[in-house]
Structures are given as structure tokens and as C-alpha cells.
Design a protein around this ligand. Structure first.
Ligand SMILES: Nc1ncnc2c1ncn2[C@@H]1O[C@H](COP(=O)(O)OP(=O)(O)OP(=O)(O)O)[C@@H](O)[C@H]1O
Length: 566
């Protein structure tokens, strides 16, 4: 369908039917988008907001579906950006439509708009509002003509002011499209049209044929912001409210245009952690895991030319193992030590708190990660959002979130090549953790190319853990860390931290037993901070059992034998 045909169709349908059937039958191809967009904008210009919105919806959907099929990240990003801009336009048109509807609901009567005989027989026309200060001028689109198709020539049925406007819009749109400046199309088309007004009336000189009805109102309407003004203003607002110029590191702030401001704030506040402040030295043992993570993340940053082609960096790393073994700490240390921006997401955040918005959050998250690259996205408890697909109990929303994560991970090129603009691809690494690796969807498992096991601490690590945990408290001379470390075989790092905390509070508990609140308050700090004894540690160990069973360990071993990738 060429532009004229499409437009003729659209014009015929305006007024004939609230939902023109041809829209529903329209082929949804990406090639059809420019034409559809042209029609959508023309419909908006002529005040047929319902039809314009239908077109916009179809366009947004087409772009979204198409973007999913584009493997080139930068190209896909550009499509998604275009989609964001169009959805802003869509929103503005929707707002205008709603505003207009609210005018229509007001009764026509003494305190409303008066009707006068129109130069067009079948067209409603409005005179001046009775009280201009109280009642705003109705939006000119309310006066839109109802066009009817004739055998002779469709355009004959258009009043000349509208025909001139449409023709000039189309020709300028064509010219601009040829120059490849799509943005200019809307600007010139809309500003010329002033949404249902006319060029001639804007200059105060009526056109050659009958001027548009309700000239005074049209003039008044011209002082109102145009579609383009509103889009531009909304973008400005977004920038002002969402994105100050630079962050604390002097990096340009993420421009959340096109996204719900609240979502951008949520991600910035709850997920983005620029400095998690955990060092390798804060983590006991796990030497293998540390060096693997370093290799996966630091080396590609240091030697980008080496990590090309088959040696591209890993897209994702899965850390699995019993609970409390330091997986979260490792992820934080990666971000601190490697200087990457850290996005800390727990899957439960996505599945509960923002149900409904979860997919948008995932999209936003990856977009922000690319903006602040090099970035590490840490997804804890990934099994709860990416469990095996198609299970009966699977919720539709979590299925969509899962698909979005997979799609976004595919978008991480993993190569350090250059994009169409000659810029280096941003490095975004997904680091996931789970205590239930057997629940993970196989498609996700494949994308998490490195799958490493974070084990229970061995003897040396347990000793180191005791040392780390006890460095800020006093311990009695009878405490031998080596002996203690042997006694707590089978305990996780988190269990050991609990034991140390409990033991360090034993002397205080003994000291305050049987005392009144008054007496407790009068105890000196020195007395309370008596060193933890061997007896205290033994009491703590007898109270706290290991949180990991042998059966669990066996299951991890079996899974790693089958799917592990070091
Ligand atoms: N290797 C370690 N070095 C230092 N502290 C550790 C280590 N392992 C565990 N801990 C302690 O255990 C706590 C829990 O660790 P972390 O949250 O990293 O475990 P996790 O494996 O992510 O647990 P979960 O699977 O339950 O989320 C830490 O805050 C820390 O006190």
C-alpha cells in the first residue's frame, strides 16, 4: 500500500466507523510502520484520536515484536528507543483524547458552548464560549469534519483548508523521510497543522476556500501547545525529574525517558549499588571461585583485544551451592574489585513487589546496566523467577519475566566488538546465584555459560572465617581457633558467623541474668565486653546446628557432575 492509498483508506474510514476494519487486517510488517505512522499522525492532526491511537498501538506492537527478532544489539536498542519515543507520542494523543472527552461530557446549554450554523452541513460547529475566562475553547478536533467517500474523488470531499494541510503534511513528510529525518516529519506536519487548526488561520489570512469553522476558537487553540510541544515538554520533564546531569562519578546520568519515572527511581534506589564495598579479603577461602570470577570479568576489561571472537567474555556465571556459603559476598566483591557498576536484584523483588511491572523492570535494568557499563547484574534466588518453563503452576507474569530475562541476556553480545557507531560494546555480565540449581530453566542454564560450585568451607576457610568474625571482639586465651575450626566441620559460612555472634554475647547474658533494667543500665562497658571463652564457643556450637544436610550436599554434587562448567 503506498502512502496515498493508505491515507485515502484512512480518510474514508474516519467517521465511518470507530474501529476501521482495515486496521485490524493491516499486515503487521516492519516495512509498513512508516506508512502506518504517517497515517496515525495525520489522523491525530485531523482530530481522529481513536483511529490514531489504534494505529499507534499497532505500530508499538509491531516494533516490539520485530525488535525481539533483531540479533544486532545496537540495532535493537535503536528500535526500542524509537518505540519509547513513539509511546510518548501515543500517550500525548491519548491524553488529548481524554481531555476532549471531558469537554464533550459537559452539557450544551446556557453555560456551555453555543452552536452556530456551520459552512459544512454535516459538521458540528462551535461559537465562542459564553464565558471565555471560565470555559476553555473546545479542542479544535471536536469540530472534525466527517468525510465521506465519493466515486469521483475522495479529496473533493475535504474542505480545502484540510486538503491543503494534508497535502503539505504529506509532501513535507515525504521530503523529510527521503532525507532520513523521521523526527522532522512529525514536527513539520504537526506544527503546520496545529492539530486541527489550519495554516491559513494561523497567519490570520483565510485560505482560498472556506476557512475552517470556529475561527476564533481555532485562533485560541493555536496558543495552546501543539503535539510536538507537549512531547518535547514531557521529555524535558523526564530529564528534570529523573535524570540529573551526572552521577557522583561524573558519568552522565541515565536518561529514563520513555520509562515510568517511578520504575526508574525504584531501580536506582533499590537495585543500583555503585559501591557495595566488599573486598576479596573480606571473603574467607573460595580461592578458585575468586580467580574464576576475576578472569571472567577483570581480564576482559584489561585485555579487550584478546577477548574477541571465540575468546569473548562469558555472558553469565551461575554460582550454586548450599545457603550461606558466600555467593552474595562474592558478587559484591566482584563489583568492588573489578570497578563495575553493581545491580543487585533478588528474584523475589521481581516476582512479588512489582508484579505486572516486572518485565519493564528487567528491560530497564539491562538498559541501565548498558548505560553504566561495565556492569554486573547480580540476580539472587534466580531459580524462583527462572524455574523450568511450562510447569502447570507457572504464573503468566513470571513466564513473561523469564522470557524477558532470556531475551535481554541474548542482547548482551558478550563480545567486545564495536557497534555500528564504532563504539565498543558495553560489557554487562550477569551473575546469578541459586540454592536450587535443579529448578533452573534449561534455556537460562545454557545462557549462564559458567556454572560454578560454592562449597561449604574447608578447614582452612573455617579457620579464616573464625578469624574474620572475631577480629572485632576479645577472645580468651583458652580459645584455640584451629581446634574450633575442626569442631565446626559441615557448617556453612553463615552458620559460623552465627556461632561467633552467639559466643560473643554469652558473657553479657551471664552478667545480666536476674538483674533489673536499672541494674543492667548501670553495668560498665568494660564489664559487658568480657572476652569470649572456650566454654562460650562450645555452648554456642551445641545450640546451633549446621543448616546443610548430607542429602543436600549429595544433590549438589550430582547436579554439578551433570551440568557444572568451570
Ligand atoms: N566465605 C565467606 N567469607 C566471609 N563470610 C562469609 C563467607 N561465607 C559466608 N559468610 C557469612 O555468611 C553470610 C551470608 O553470606 P552470603 O549471603 O554471601 O551467602 P549466600 O551463599 O549468598 O547465601 P544464600 O544462598 O542464602 O543467599 C555473610 O554475611 C557472611 O557473614
Amino acid at each position: 500500500m503506498n502512502l496515498e492509498d493508505a491515507f485515502a483508506w484512512a480518510r474514508v474510514s474516519i467517521g465511518d466507523s470507530p474501529i476501521p476494519g482495515f486496521i485490524l487486517n493491516m499486515p503487521r510488517t516492519i516495512e509498513g510502520v512508516p506508512t502506518e505512522l504517517q497515517i496515525a499522525r495525520e489522523c491525530a492532526l485531523l482530530g481522529n484520536y481513536d483511529t490514531a491511537l489504534l494505529y499507534f498501538e499497532s505500530i508499538l506492537q509491531t516494533i516490539q515484536l520485530y525488535a525481539k527478532t533483531v540479533s544486532d544489539t545496537s540495532l535493537r536498542e535503536r528500535w526500542l528507543l524509537t518505540r519509547q519515543e513513539l509511546s510518548l507520542e501515543f500517550q500525548v494523543i491519548k491524553d488529548i483524547g481524554m481531555e476532549l472527552a471531558s469537554f464533550k461530557e459537559r452539557p450544551l446549554g446556557s453555560n456551555s458552548f453555543t452552536r452556530s450554523k456551520s459552512s459544512l452541513d454535516d459538521e458540528p460547529s462551535y461559537g465562542d464560549p459564553v464565558d471565555k475566562d471560565v470555559w476553555p475553547a473546545p479542542d479544535p478536533p471536536a469540530r472534525r469534519p466527517i468525510y465521506r467517500k465519493t466515486k469521483a474523488n475522495d479529496e473533493d470531499n475535504l474542505p480545502s483548508w484540510a486538503r491543503n494541510q494534508v497535502n503539505s503534511s504529506i509532501s513535507s513528510a515525504r521530503a523529510a523521510a527521503q532525507r532520513g529525518k523521521a523526527a522532522a516529519v512529525s514536527k513539520s506536519a504537526v506544527s503546520k497543522g496545529k492539530i486541527g487548526g489550519s495554516k491559513s488561520s494561523s497567519s490570520g489570512k483565510p485560505g482560498t476556500a472556506s476557512p475552517p469553522p470556529g475561527k476564533k476558537l481555532v485562533r485560541k487553540a493555536q496558543s495552546q501547545p501543539t503535539l510536538v510541544d507537549r512531547v518535547a515538554r514531557e521529555k524535558e520533564d523526564n530529564k528534570e525529574k529523573v535524570a540529573p546531569e551526572t552521577d557522583e562519578n561524573g558519568k552522565p546520568n541515565f536518561d529514563g525517558a520513555g520509562y515510568d519515572k517511578e520504575l526508574v527511581e525504584i531501580v536506582k534506589r533499590d537495585i543500583l549499588q555503585s559501591t557495595p564495598n566488599v573486598r576479596w579479603t573480606d571473603i574467607a577461602g573460595l580461592r578458585e571461585a575468586k580467580s574464576l570470577l576475576e578472569e571472567a570479568i577483570v581480564l576482559p576489561l584489561w585485555m579487550p583485544d584478546f577477548f574477541q571472537g571465540i575468546r569473548r567474555p562469558w555472558k553469565g556465571v551461575l554460582m550454586t551451592g548450599p545457603p550461606g556459603t558466600g555467593k552474595t559476598l562474592l558478587a559484591k566483591a566482584v563489583a568492588t574489585e573489578c570497578g563495575t557498576t553493581f545491580f543487585n536484584v533478588t528474584a523475589s523483588m521481581l516476582t512479588s513487589k512489582w508484579r505486572g511491572d516486572s518485565e519493564k523492570i528487567v528491560r530497564l535494568l539491562f538498559e541501565m546496566a548498558r548505560h553504566y557499563a561495565p556492569s554486573t547484574i547480580f540476580i539472587d534466588e534466580i531459580d524462583s523467577v527462572c524455574s523450568t518453563r511450562g510447569e502447570g503452576s507457572e504464573h503468566e507474569a513470571s513466564r513473561r519475566v523469564k522470557s524477558e530475562i532470556l531475551m535481554q541476556m541474548d542482547g548482551i553480545s558478550g563480545s567486545l566488538g564495536t557497534n555500528a557507531e564504532g563504539e565498543r560494546e558495553p560489557i554487562v555480565m550477569v551473575l546469578a546465584a541459586t540454592n536450587f540449581p535443579w529448578h533452573i530453566d534449561e534455556a537460562l542454564r545454557r545462557r549462564l555459560e559458567k556454572r560454578i560450585y560454592i562449597p561449604l568451607p574447608d578447614l582452612e576457610t573455617r579457620r579464616e572465617l573464625l578469624r574474620l568474625n572475631l577480629q572485632s571482639i576479645k577472645i580468651a586465651d583458652d580459645v584455640v581457633l584451629e581446634e574450633l575450626a575442626e569442631k565446626i566441620d559441615g557448617y556453612s559460612g553463615a552458620d559460623i558467623t552465627n556461632i561467633c555472634r552467639d559466643a560473643s554475647m554469652m558473657s553479657m547474658r551471664k552478667r545480666i541474668r536476674g538483674l533489673s533494667p536499672e541494674q543492667i543500665r548501670s553495668i560498665s562497658k568494660e564489664e559487658l565486653e568480657a572476652p569470649a571463652t572456650k566454654e562460650d564457643f562450645e555452648a554456642a556450637i551445641s545450640k546451633i546446628q549446621s543448616s546443610v544436610s548430607q542429602a543436600d550436599l549429595k544433590r549438589y554434587q550430582e547436579w554439578m557432575d551433570e551440568f557444572g562448567s568451570y
